[in-house]
Design a protein around this ligand. Structure first.
Ligand SMILES: [Zn+2]
Length: 270
């Protein structure tokens, strides 16, 4: 867990220059007067069943060779990952990327219609559909920061996808390019989404590395980051109390690994 906290602190220093600058001021004046607002990092945008997409989000898009689009800011790292995967003799395929609200709505409505055709009541169909196709406004695909990657030789979106050579390579190397496997098999209670061994989300290389080292999923990581930032601020308000004091680490330990959304009864697919 020391490693976990160390990774988070490292990530904090890398990701929050605004806090850095403010802390420098604290050290000079020794009397911080107000809470520091940490600049929002676009790479850490959280979208899940409990956190809807910002209404005004309009990512600048760039087209992949197959015509699908992603946020232009992740294009180079995604291309590098796919190119290196191909160089390893593998055939990864991007089967889903950016989706408009209209596309997500159509996918969601299609699922509801199929369930109703199978005998579900309207209410039950709506409830069940949310478990398999994310409700519009709660899908990472609408951010342009997520892609579904499959093996050219096996393009079915089910658990067997994890057994393909492409997924094994991607799961091992994705963090090097700033991507994470967003919905791991052991985090469904926290993410609200079932295991998806094909859905990769861009978070940037520093965060991807910190998440790999800490073993946290995105919800846990962001909660821990927030907690760590608060602790760092608290430390500065307590006359430069040492940040690695055993008592403090113990407090963080519980907050870092025990955090997550409260209501996780509904599990959705992104
Ligand atoms: Zn996906």
């Amino acid at each position: 867990m020391m490693r976990c906290v160390a990774a988070l602190l490292t990530a904090l220093m890398l990701l929050t220059p605004a806090t850095h600058a403010a802390n420098d001021v604290f050290e000079e004046n020794e009397e911080p007067a107000e809470v520091v607002e940490v600049e929002q990092d676009w790479r850490l945008l959280l979208v899940n069943p409990w956190n809807k997409l910002p209404e005004d989000l309009e990512p600048e898009l760039e087209s992949l060779p197959n015509g699908l689009q992603v946020d232009a800011r992740i294009f180079d790292d995604l291309t590098a990952m796919l190119t290196d995967c191909q160089k390893a003799g593998l055939r990864p395929v991007v089967c889903s990327a950016y989706r408009t609200k209209q596309t997500q709505t159509r996918l969601h409505n299609n699922k509801i219609a199929r369930l109703q055709a199978a005998g579900y009541s309207k209410e039950a169909a709506v409830r069940e559909a949310g478990r398999w196709v994310a409700v519009p406004g709660t899908s990472e695909h609408q951010t342009g920061l997520a892609v579904d990657l499959v093996s050219a030789s096996y393009q079915v979106l089910n658990r067997k996808q994890e057994q393909t050579k492409e997924q094994k390579w991607l799961m091992e190397h994705c963090w090097e390019y700033g991507f994470i496997l967003r919905f791991p098999s052991d985090k469904s209670d926290v993410t609200g989404i079932g295991y998806e061994p094909w859905h990769y989300r861009y978070v940037g290389k520093e965060t991807a590395l910190a998440m790999r080292d800490s073993g946290l999923c995105l919800e846990e990581y962001l909660t821990a980051l927030e907690s760590t930032q608060k602790n760092v601020q608290d430390v500065h308000t307590q006359e430069n109390q040492a940040v690695d004091k055993p008592g403090n680490v113990g407090k963080r330990k519980g907050r870092v690994c025990g955090a997550g959304p409260q209501d996780v009864s509904e599990r959705n697919r992104a």
